[in-house]
Design a binder for this molecule. Structure first.
Ligand code: FA5
Length: 337
């Protein structure tokens, strides 16, 4: 309803203000209403300012009516504001609703590779192996030459790899992303005299055709023990114990002859996966030439070494069907661990 010509200005303003206040349905609309009617330049203030132009007898009555209207409108505004706050109309859409039941905040977690690596390292640490961190960017000399893999050796082809600087003019050869954690063997032996008993976890990179059990980036844990009188029985005993701790006593384990230029003899170890053998590590007795390369006396010392893949171990332990899940950053996979 709008004002009629016969209404006095105060009654007309009351009618207009009440109508518009009841139509104001948001915090913004309420604020606009307040400015329009009660603000410093608002309509009611305008009426109050004009009182001076009235005759004295009219001025008193009009002043009282205008002040009464001001009180009414302020009270109506406060009431509407409180009601709209209670109903949530004045809250932004993303405000926290304190009436909802509590929800657990989403916490981050350790990557499954990190979890399985920690479990594996714990097992080796308990057997007396000390953890040593290594570097992912490696010199050709440590990744290949010191490990008895000269430039023309076919074993290099199997790990044809990611070079950072291949044709560097240096006695250390080129620089590459390491293809295995085995370069930690000569690095550690150069730094200390026997006895040595270390495990070294870290990432490896290979120019690899990927499939369910092969990724182009993956982790390995290198193990190395060198002392007087170490034999192949020590190697087998250590790896059997490791498998028992990770997979339980009932899981079938298989050793087979394998070739790695830096061990002699060499083996690989596989674990039964529903009737199928899946290789988890390569190992062997440290080659006498590798011992000589770092200045150890191969007549006096012997040692064993192994390189085990944590993602392969996790496949078998948790029944994951494809190794490519590990680095595809899919939360549906990662949040299961
Ligand atoms: C080696 O890398 C040797 N350095 C292991 C070794 C160390 C032998 C010390 C003797 C003495 P191999 O390429 O087989 O070997 O890899 C060892 C393990 O790393 C594999 O059994 C597997 O568990 C893991 N691995 C190798 N390639 C991949 C790959 N592409 N994706 C995922 N895991 C891999």
């Amino acid at each position: 309803m709008t004002s009629t010509a016969s209404e006095d200005p105060i009654s007309a303003l009351r009618t207009e203000a009440v109508e518009q206040l009841s139509a104001a349905d948001s915090a913004d609309a309420l604020e606009s209403w307040r400015v329009e009617f009660l603000g410093r330049k608002g309509k009611l203030t305008g009426i109050l300012r004009n009182l001076g132009s009235l005759k004295p007898d009219q001025r008193r009555a009009a002043g009282a009516a205008a002040n009464r209207l001001k009180g009414e409108l302020e009270a109506a505004f406060e009431e509407k504001l409180t009601a709209s706050k209670r109903s949530g109309a004045s809250q932004p859409a993303d405000a926290i609703d304190v009436t909802l039941p509590g929800r657990r905040p989403r916490a981050g977690g350790l990557h499954p590779s990190t979890q399985i690596m920690r479990e594996m390292l714990d097992a080796f640490n308990e057997m007396g192996f000390q953890t040593v961190e290594g570097n992912e960017v490696e010199l050709e000399r440590y990744n290949f030459d010191m490990l008895n893999i000269p430039a023309d050796h076919p074993a290099r082809d199997m790990q044809d790899t990611i070079w950072i600087d291949r044709d560097r003019d240096s006695a250390d050869g080129g620089i590459l992303l390491r293809t295995q954690t085995s370069p930690m063997q000569p690095r550690i032996m150069e730094q200390q005299d026997p006895p040595v008993r270390i495990v070294s976890p870290g990432k490896c990179f290979r120019f690899e055709a990927t499939d369910a059990t092969h990724e182009w980036q993956f982790h390995q844990i290198e193990g190395l023990a060198v002392d007087e009188g170490l034999s192949f029985a020590d190697l087998k005993g250590t790896l059997y114990e490791f498998a028992r701790r990770i997979f339980g006593a009932d899981r079938k384990v298989r050793f087979r002859c394998d070739f790695f230029p830096f061990v002699e003899p060499g083996v690989d170890m596989s674990i039964d996966w529903d009737g199928r053998w899946v290789e988890i590590l390569g190992a062997g007795m440290v080659h006498p030439r590798v011992l000589s390369n770092v200045g150890y006396d191969p007549e006096k010392y012997t040692g064993f070494a192994f390189g085990v893949g944590p993602e392969r171990v996790a496949l078998l332990k948790y029944g994951i069907e494809d190794i490519r899940h590990f680095f595809s950053n899919d939360l549906r996979f990662l949040s299961q661990f």
